[in-house]
Design a binder for this molecule. Structure first.
Ligand SMILES: Cc1cc2nc3c(=O)[nH]c(=O)nc-3n(C[C@H](O)[C@H](O)[C@H](O)COP(=O)(O)OP(=O)(O)OC[C@H]3O[C@@H](n4cnc5c(N)ncnc54)[C@H](O)[C@@H]3O)c2cc1C
Length: 190
């Protein structure tokens, strides 16, 4: 349960404009494409991995569930707060940080909309194949979590075939990175 005291702690981490405990906002984040509804206790809009880490540590301290959410187009119910808790909305983390044309990789934040990455790489003559039919609204973070694919999967594979590395916030709040710019990456980091 997220009471006003915990709400104030969340606001200290992300700024009060990025927390919502009112019912109207909670209803907006109570369902995904399944249209099944579970009312969350609160909504937080994140801007960095560090903020996510601090929120996860707070959740551990006060034992409330946290549920990551991109665009909410998933059909698995993965972003639903089945046991209540705090929705971690990642759509504000929507920057394409780098398109490396030599290594043919992009470094992106999780809230980048799939079609946006496709559009930006195509300007450079490159191609990002995964094309779920939701691509104009789904986020890359959601695509990774769901291993999304589309019509082009038959020839080019699905999202997992295009993930070279990840920055991950573990359930403890620890931030770890995996992989990197090259297929074999045993010593270097991004
Ligand atoms: C109209 C429509 C068409 C679709 N077409 C396809 C299709 O062709 N192929 C296909 O594979 N799927 C399709 N989907 C489902 C597809 O899985 C999702 O659209 C997309 O991958 C989910 O992205 P999202 O940003 O909406 O994620 P959400 O629905 O918000 O979340 C999905 C899951 O990802 C988790 N998640 C989200 N962001 C993060 C993050 N940054 N870190 C950790 N976990 C995270 C959530 O907790 C949840 O478990 C379609 C859905 C719709 C509504």
């Amino acid at each position: 349960m997220i009471n006003s005291k915990i709400g104030a702690r969340i606001a200290e981490i992300v700024g009060k404009e990025n927390v919502a405990l009112d019912k109207e906002t909670r209803v907006c984040y109570s369902y995904d494409a399944t249209n099944i509804k579970y009312l969350p206790d609160g909504i937080v809009f994140l801007n960095s991995a560090q903020q996510i880490s601090e929120i996860v540590k707070l959740a551990n301290e006060h034992r409330f569930p946290v549920i990551p959410r991109g665009a909410g187009t998933g059909f698995t119910g993965g972003s639903l707060p089945v046991e209540g808790g705090l929705i971690l909305v990642l759509t504000k983390m929507n920057k394409i940080l780098q398109i490396d044309t030599e290594n043919l990789i992009a470094i992106v934040e999780p809230g980048v909309v799939t079609a946006e990455l496709q559009k930006e790489v195509e300007k450079l003559g490159l191609f990002y194949p995964p094309d779920p039919a939701s691509l104009k609204s789904s986020t890359l973070g959601g695509n990774v979590a769901e291993c999304a694919g589309g019509m082009r999967a038959v020839k080019y594979g699905v999202t997992k075939d295009y993930v070279m590395g990840l920055e991950v916030v573990l359930p403890t709040g620890e931030i770890v990175t995996t992989g990197g710019k090259t297929v074999k990456e045993s010593s270097a980091t991004i």
